[in-house]
Design a protein around this ligand. Sequence first.
Ligand code: PMP
Length: 456
Amino acid sequence: APLPNSIEARDIAHHFHPFTNARRHEEIGPIVMAKGDGVFVEDIDGKRYIEAMSGLWSVAVGFSEKRLVDAAVKQMAELPYYHSFTHKSHAPVVDLAEKLINIAPVPMAKVHFTNSGSEANDLIVKLLRYRANGMGEPRRKKIISRLRGYHGITLAAASLTGLPNNHASFDLPIEGILHTICPHYWREGREGESEEAFATRCAAELEAMIEAEGPETIAAFIAEPVMGAGGVVIPPVTYWEKIQAVLSRYPEIVFVADEVICGFGRTGEMFGSVTYDLKPDIITVSKGLSSSYLPISAVIMNDRVYQPIADETARIGTFGHGFTTTGHPVAAAVALENLKIIEERDLVGNARARGPRLQDGLRRLADHPLVGEVRGVGLIAGVELVTDKEKKVAVQPPGALAAKAFGLIQERGVISRAIGDTLAFCPPLIIEDEHIDTILATTREGLDALAAEMGM
Ligand code: PMP
């Protein structure tokens, strides 16, 4: 039991945790982190963990990057805060916008800053509605997303997120948001259906939805190049080719790539859009943009998206959206330095070089009695657990198996993440071979311990 007046006791008393079972938390309390060092974090008891999730898919450059601290301190001293409403600006946002346009995987025109991935995706819903009004097409406001896609938690972003259980909790989705099939071949593929045939079916379902709703009512299709928080779902072979072929038949529909997880090296290229040859009109980024040292995100849009919006601002006088802290100078300065580090140290190259060691190593777990499927690309991976490999099912309730495995692996010093019955891995891009080997060995030990506990 936590000691009175300890951080744990105070945490239980006053700190309401996101994505947490509050009653369970009252029983077990938190692990309180105190320090970060490269790919490691250390708790207040001095126990060290490899952070094999980069926090929440975030910390590209590791947990102790002094250059980011210095960039923040310098900016804090020069101009700690200013805004970018109504013709005001400052150097960090100007430079960061230019940098993002320069490294974007396709020609882009404008960057609108926000403070989180959710706010970036929320903004997209507003941008697209505003644009539809600007184009004199007020019916073109529906957005198609995918089941199990994760796009955030504000009301509009949570609506884009394709988690029906979560929607039920909050009376969502908002009007005009639709969800098409999740491209999880291992789960959703039918008996005897090839991966390519499954990809064809995913594309056909998207097209059928567009036709059923009326193409003139669809503003956009939004998707992550690799689904992250939905359980690390890797696109089946030919999936993106076929989805983009459908979209090319409806040139008025805007394609949004949510690169909040994939962006800045995760898949072994600077963007997931490069890995999968995507041609998005809008890209959202966050997390790896600043390694989450400070909150910042951005919506990057091409000219075809921007122009009708600009016309509409001229007509009605303003684009009525923005936060007090939009394009915060300290966060922008940290993001700029973070991108410089990613380039100078070739961390994208490191992700490409080390990725196979993680992926091949995890795939060697496929022989384990509790492992159903292993999938991943670059430095993002998922290990889906089952108790019956044949039927692809795990013990009830859903998620209980991975939660146990996660706990046993964490006890042994590696932090992964349980998403349903999938264990996710997404280590910092600075990771080295020896850390990968520890992650692999520890994961196997944790799974072996669980199998032994279950008498398997
Ligand atoms: N999009 C994707 C792909 C994400 O993974 C996340 C966060 N996991 C978000 C959006 C939301 O970002 P945030 O938590 O910063 O609001």
